[in-house]
Design a protein around this ligand. Structure first.
Ligand SMILES: [Zn+2]
Length: 433
């Protein structure tokens, strides 16, 4: 890619389009209408991937996109693309999007915001009579949450070639229903091939799902990349024995060793500040009886870091400590890595565009790194990518009480608008040069 002189981007922003703004009330209203589909009594949303409620959400998206003049395409894993033509429709599209599936006790904004911020941007261009150089697309990615079907981020992962389509279609939920059958049942097994084309740029607006922006009283998180992740399944094996007759000195208590290992995970993360993270989320104690010394414990470990060298150092520190603990305690400790996502930096130029646009809009901003996975993290493997975070109340997400302020959603959508406008010009400028 060639680098565009800064003056051109400035000229775009300082021209007639500089005061272009989205309609925050219209965006909010759309999100509230979507939130009625699968609404829960506690004010959240339950719209699991590929259920009939998901179908209703998808139908709602398509109706809104068609009303904004878009053409619709659906691919074989159910990803939906709403397209607004550009002046040169042969250019790779400037794409934005996210997901509309939710956790079982999910909120109104996770994913939904990014999708309908995209629709709101298109409506704003329509109202202003703006034709962008490159075409624009809004994507709805299938099964981002991964709560009904694994893997998580299924649709975007398939789009970038991470998973073969045939394997995904055979994945089953707890009731034995396959992804392929669920797609057919809701009418979203589309005719388009999955992936095989790269957007010119990809943006995703999302609630932060963490407490940093709110704590810093900042409106926009300029996301510079996503943390890398290593997930492990760990099995500690000792010896079950009677809690009464077995003296303390003669025990092989797997839970005692596991409790030390929980401390190790925490210490390893703290020693790799500021971005190191370490979590034990699941613990299984066998035989789980009050008067039996635990003979076996299963646990999950989740390590995250911003740089791969740091993540590797954390992996090594964790394994060394586990080996030392095993030698000292006589408990065997089996550590198996089950997931590895390398840290994913976002595109410097798009990140700078988001940051510059935020400042010109007079909004407060800070650089952040996404601690969570997002569809954008996969898209970054095939296209220049950036994300825009807005605060959510108390940093809480994946919860029915998830909440965000209309003015923050509006601000993030305005940043998205100008970033997409800039990128649509860049794409045209750099293509063929
Ligand atoms: Zn999400």
């Amino acid at each position: 890619m060639t680098t565009l002189p800064a003056t051109r981007a400035e000229a775009t922003f300082n021209g007639a389009r500089a005061d272009l703004r989205i309609d925050g009330a219209r965006l909010w209203n759309t999100l509230m209408r979507l939130a009625t589909i699968g609404a829960t009594p506690k004010g959240g949303v339950c719209r699991l991937a590929l259920t009939d409620l998901d179908r209703q959400g998808r139908d709602f998206f398509i109706a809104e996109a068609r009303a904004a003049g878009c053409t619709i395409r659906v691919d074989a894993i159910g990803n939906i693309f709403a397209r607004r033509p550009g002046r040169d429709d042969t250019l790779p599209p400037v794409m934005t999007g996210s997901h509309i599936d939710t956790q079982p006790t999910g909120g109104k904004f996770d994913g939904n915001y990014g999708v309908f911020a995209g629709i709101e941007v298109l409506r704003t261009f329509n109202d202003a009579g703006i034709v962008t150089d490159a075409p624009l697309e809004v994507a709805v990615w299938t099964n981002e949450e991964g709560s009904r079907f694994v893997p998580v981020m299924m649709g975007s992962g398939a789009f970038v070639g991470e998973f073969p389509l045939a394997d995904l279609l055979l994945q089953r939920d707890r009731d034995g229903i396959a992804v392929g059958d669920a797609l057919q049942a809701i009418g979203y097994a589309g005719p388009e091939p999955v992936g095989g084309r790269a957007p010119g740029a990809y943006f995703e607006a999302h609630i932060e799902q963490g407490p940093v922006l709110e704590a810093n009283d900042t409106t926009i998180g300029v996301v510079t990349g996503a943390l890398g992740q290593r997930w492990y399944d760990v099995v500690l094996t000792g010896m079950e024995a009677h809690a009464g007759p077995t003296p303390m000195s003669l025990r092989k208590d797997a839970l005692l060793a596991a409790s030390e290992l929980v401390g190790v995970v925490n210490r390893v993360a703290l020693e790799h500040a500021p971005h190191g993270r370490g979590t034990v989320g699941c613990l299984g104690v066998h035989p789980d009886s009050r008067n039996v010394i635990p003979g076996r414990v299963t646990m999950t470990v989740d390590l995250r870091a911003a740089a791969d060298t740091v993540l590797s150092a954390m992996d090594a520190a964790f394994r060394v400590a586990a080996d030392a603990l095993a030698a000292r305690s006589g408990i065997s400790i089996d550590v198996r890595q089950v997931v590895y996502f390398p840290p994913q930096p976002f595109d410097d130029r798009l990140v700078a565009s988001v940051r510059g646009g935020t400042r010109r809009l007079g909004l407060s901003e800070m650089d952040v790194i996404s601690g969570a996975g997002h569809d954008a993290v996969y898209l970054a493997r095939v296209a220049p990518t950036a994300m825009i975070f807005v605060p959510c109340k108390d940093g809480i997400s994946h919860n029915e009480i998830e909440d965000a302020k209309p003015e923050h959603l509006e601000a993030g959508c305005n940043v998205l608008l100008h970033a997409m406008l800039d990128a649509a010009t860049w794409t045209a400028n750099t293509s063929g040069s």
